[in-house]
Write a protein that binds this ligand. Structure first.
Ligand code: XMP
Length: 325
């Protein structure tokens, strides 16, 4: 029967059998899925695992520091941080098609992991190779990327449909049959702290798929500020557990006329996309209190240069997906 204890025991055995005496690396994104996958694999193979956190420059404010601090404190895992912002931004230059962005980001992740693999082997005292890549892929990621049933193909999740053909790793995906709420239960069972287990989902491709249009450093800076304000106000209003997540999206290629102080503005809109959901397969737009929305809107338009309009996405999934890309 399905209990978290059974799932954990079964996965520990499977992971040990698969990895044997080899080494594994695990990409950490700061999200629940990769954190739980890493904790599970660490429990199974200990120091044969190295976690790799790729700072792709598409992270939200404070995220990198949080992974470095919280996750390592909670698990004692070996962590390698790679600053790859330049590399990702260069690869994304001139690209505005959503699927192309996702594929590029997926590919660059793997390239960074390959480089990390070589460095870990070079630094190791023995000559065990790194043959395995651990990913926190969930059941819905597989289905929506078209990898599960072969029917649906909604978008290429960075860790499924975005993988390059010449992948040098064998994959370890201990959460591949689980839904998010089950993953949270497994995380709890493994003793991960609430701040990690209850974190709202954030996509691996990060802010790169929340800028409609080309991803540039300036646009990322704008969106990072707007996102931080929305998160701050939602947390202050005590709404974090009520909503599934609230993407903030920058419509970088749309401008509208506004007025601020004593002058005309011609800036970009940002979209608030608060949703409620059980498993991200379907979702409804969250009926947030008007005063919270008002506060977010006022702060974003006052504090974020070049953003002069805040709009609310009131589409359920289906027909909309949660993310805009
Ligand atoms: P969509 O936009 O497909 O999103 O309705 C469903 C859930 O998945 C998250 N998401 C991703 N997570 N890699 C991830 O790790 C991805 O490539 C990816 N794309 C979407 C999204 O934030 C939502 O929670």
């Amino acid at each position: 029967s399905w209990t978290t204890t059974n799932v954990v025991e079964e996965q520990l055995a499977l992971i040990r059998e698969k990895v044997g005496g080899s080494r594994a690396i695990c990409g950490l994104s700061g999200g629940v899925d990769s954190a739980v996958a890493a904790a599970l694999v660490q429990k199974a193979i200990g120091s044969q695992l190295t976690c790799v956190y790729v700072d792709h420059g598409l992270m939200r404010k404070g995220e990198t520091e949080q992974v470095e601090k919280d996750f390592v404190a909670a698990t004692g895992v070996q962590l390698k941080v790679v600053d790859a912002a330049e590399r990702f931004l260069t690869a994304l230059a001139g690209v505005s098609d959503p699927e192309q962005k996702r594929k590029i980001i997926g590919r660059e992740f793997i390239r960074v992991f390959e480089q990390a693999q070589a460095e870990i082997v070079a630094a190791a005292p023995d000559d065990q190779p790194v043959e395995f890549l651990v990913q926190g892929t969930l059941y819905p990621d597989v289905v929506e990327s078209g990898g599960g049933t072969g029917t649906a193909n909604i978008k290429s999740h960075h860790n499924v449909g975005g993988l390059p053909e010449d992948l040098q790793f064998q994959l370890v995906e201990p959460l591949r049959q689980l839904f998010k709420d089950e993953v949270r239960m497994v995380g709890q069972e493994l003793g991960l702290p609430e701040e990690i287990v209850q974190r709202q989902p954030f996509p691996g491709p990060g802010l790169g798929i929340r800028i409609v249009g080309e991803v540039t450093r300036e646009r990322l800076d704008l969106l990072r500020e707007a996102d931080a304000i929305a998160r701050e106000e939602l947390t202050a209003a005590g709404l974090d557990r009520e909503i599934w997540q609230c993407p903030v999206v920058l419509l970088a290629e749309v401008r509208s006329v506004g007025v601020q102080g004593d002058g005309r503005t011609y800036g970009h809109p940002v979209v608030l996309r608060p949703v409620s959901s059980e498993d991200a397969m379907t979702a409804d737009w969250s009926r947030l209190p008007y005063d919270v929305l008002a506060k977010i809107s006022t702060r974003i338009t006052n504090e974020v240069k070049d953003v002069n309009r805040v709009v609310l996405d009131i589409t359920s999934k289906p027909p909309g997906t949660i993310e805009w890309e």
